[in-house]
Design a binder for this molecule. Structure first.
Ligand SMILES: [Cu+2]
Length: 332
């Protein structure tokens, strides 16, 4: 009988261009195999694909080789702050998403990506979201923050349906948006989540801004995350570091959207940072090198790197770091 690790990594040979049906069959087979092995996946992978011992720096998952260094830029580098009303259409689709090399999740997505697009609007301005559900299941798009109750987005949008929400999100800060239907482990966990930045009317100081949304990916369909990653891909920032310049102000918008763990932390090596919890005030709440975020919680982190080099970032939860959520920041 194969080991649990062999069962999990048995998916590693799958190609990206598999059909949705093949993905679902593969996931069912993987799930059944795992059940047959009478064990969960937690802690089952001290080694990487094909039995190769992973690096001493915690690279437990490799990103898809087809993804180059800029592949996640749209999900990592926020659009610039804008004045005025913002209007956009978001489409919900079901599609296979390769969350690590050869590891394909049967995803539900906002606009085809996990997480969904970065939304950005200034406090006091109107954000109009038209949401189209092109899947065979009901979904919705619920935004956090203060807004009119009738625009909260909790009602199901039926398959083929469309809803338009008009909100003026307040106060300024960082807010998740996500599908709010049950079970949340599926609707949110399979990819229907993203981040909304609401800028203060006076803006924030100029900085190199990056968004980091922590997700958990249930590849075998057993309801528990097998891999973890920032901005949708396990191991991506271990292979392709975030790049910033020495001395410049760096602002990270960090959110935890792992639904099946009570808490995740963001820990930075070789530096400390100001923490603005939820980004709703302009005075730092604390100065530290590790910040705890429960499910749905987020923070703005600000720092400068005085020396060139590479520094690590990861959740201090070993399982998450070792299964895909370890990354680097390269200071040039
Ligand atoms: Cu949903």
């Amino acid at each position: 009988m194969p080991t649990r690790r062999e069962l999990l990594w048995g998916l590693a040979g799958a190609t990206v261009a598999v059909t949705a049906g093949a993905v679902v069959r593969g996931l069912r087979e993987a799930r059944d195999s795992v059940r047959a092995a009478r064990g969960g996946l937690a802690g089952a992978r001290p080694e990487g694909p094909q039995g190769a011992v992973h690096s001493p720096y915690g690279h437990g998952a490799e990103p898809p080789t087809a993804l180059g260094p800029a592949a996640l830029d749209a999900l990592t580098i926020p659009p610039p702050m804008t004045r005025g009303a913002v209007s956009r259409t978001i489409t919900i689709t079901q599609r296979p998403v390769e969350v690590a090399q050869g590891m394909v999740m049967d995803g539900w997505t906002f606009d085809g990506t996990i997480p969904g697009p970065i939304l950005r609007v200034t406090e006091g301005e109107t954000l109009t979201l038209t949401v189209r559900n092109l899947t065979a299941h009901p979904h919705n798009l619920h935004t956090h923050g203060a807004h009119a109750p009738v625009q909260d987005g909790w009602e199901p949008i039926p398959p083929g349906g469309e809803r338009t929400y008009e909100i003026a999100p307040r106060p300024f800060g960082v807010y998740p948006y996500h599908c709010d239907l049950v079970p949340g482990a599926q609707h949110l966990g399979r990819g229907l989540h993203g981040l909304m930045l609401v800028d203060p009317p006076g803006g924030r100081a100029p900085a190199a801004e990056r968004v980091l949304v922590l997700g958990g990916y249930d590849v075998d369909g057993d309801g528990r995350s097998d891999l973890f990653g920032w901005n949708g891909v396990a191991g991506f920032f271990a292979r392709h570091p975030l790049k910033v310049r020495r001395g410049e102000l760096v602002r990270l918008y960090v959110a935890n959207l792992v639904v099946d763990e009570p808490v995740a932390t963001f820990h930075l090596h070789a530096n400390t940072f100001d923490v603005f919890r939820s980004g709703t005030r302009l005075v730092a709440d604390e100065h530290t090198d590790v910040v705890a975020l429960t499910v749905g919680e987020r923070a703005v982190l600000e720092m400068r790197f005085p020396e060139p080099g590479r520094v690590m970032f990861h959740p201090h939860q070993s399982r998450m770091a070792e299964q895909g959520a370890m990354g680097w920041i390269a200071i040039v």
